[in-house]
Ligand binder design. Structure first.
Ligand SMILES: *Cc1c(COP(=O)(O)O)cnc(C)c1O
Length: 228
């Protein structure tokens, strides 16, 4: 199956839902991204700043770039000129740096709050209490160059469907709670980013609005010998 065939498959899977596809392009060369673009993909997800910065100038300007991996504060400046959404916001400190860098470019950067829903401790993300503390802070309320548009989560790496559904439902619960408490009447707060190649169907069933799919579109990733 070609990249175009795979994208058509996902287009069909998303019919009748309000979800959109983020094509996760990490480790793949720009030729493959161009192929996906030519087949209609517009939302691209990368997990490393350096890789996104290298690819972005080589590709059409109307791509929405989504940063989906852990982001260090000192690297925000490299993506601030063009990144559309930072899906991996996990601290007020990071959000403050995004605000500062976005202001320099007189842009508004959309941000998702990443929640910890997986059982693995290694996966990063906020707790509900931390997210609420952030949204209640004076620093957040003064921000004019970030727009929090929803939540993101990575489920446990398991084939246990009941567990996956529980974790996706937990994330949707956080979304609904924050919507009610902090974003009532604000249609911009709309995204629940959850679901990858192996579990997107369960995520869609639990209300995902952004599925992040890599290997099911581009094939297995080859990280080479310099895995970081
Ligand atoms: C790599 C990655 C994906 C895509 O994973 P696949 O299993 O290849 O679909 C989704 N989300 C995040 C955060 C990722 O790092």
């Amino acid at each position: 199956m070609s990249v175009a065939d795979n994208l058509r498959y996902f287009e069909n899977q998303l019919q009748g839902t309000r979800a959109r596809l983020v094509a996760v392009t990490k480790t793949h060369p720009v030729e493959r991204l161009q192929e996906a673009y030519d087949a209609g993909a517009r939302l691209f997800g990368e997990n490393k700043v350096q890789e996104m910065v290298a690819k972005q100038p080589e590709l059409p300007a109307d791509i929405e770039w989504h940063l989906i991996g852990h982001l260090q504060t000192n690297k925000v400046k490299y993506i601030a000129p063009f990144v559309h959404t930072i899906q991996s916001v996990d601290s007020l400190k990071l959000l403050q740096e995004i605000e500062k860098q976005a202001a320099k470019h007189t842009r508004v950067i959309e941000c998702l709050l990443q929640f910890h829903v997986a059982e693995e401790e290694t996966k990063s993300g906020l707790s509900l209490a931390e997210a609420e503390e952030m949204l209640q802070s004076d620093a957040y309320q003064a921000m004019r160059h970030v727009r929090v548009t929803g939540v993101m989560g990575i489920a446990t790496n398991t084939t246990d469907e009941a567990q996956l559904r529980r974790e996706f439902a937990e994330l949707r619960g956080y979304f609904e709670l924050l919507q009610t408490r902090y974003f009532a009447q604000q249609p911009a707060f709309r995204e629940i980013s959850m679901g990858m190649s192996s579990d997107y169907q369960l995520a869609l069933a639990e209300g995902s609005t952004l599925i992040r799919v890599g290997s099911a579109i581009f094939g297995a990733r080859n990280y080479g010998t310099v895995e970081s």
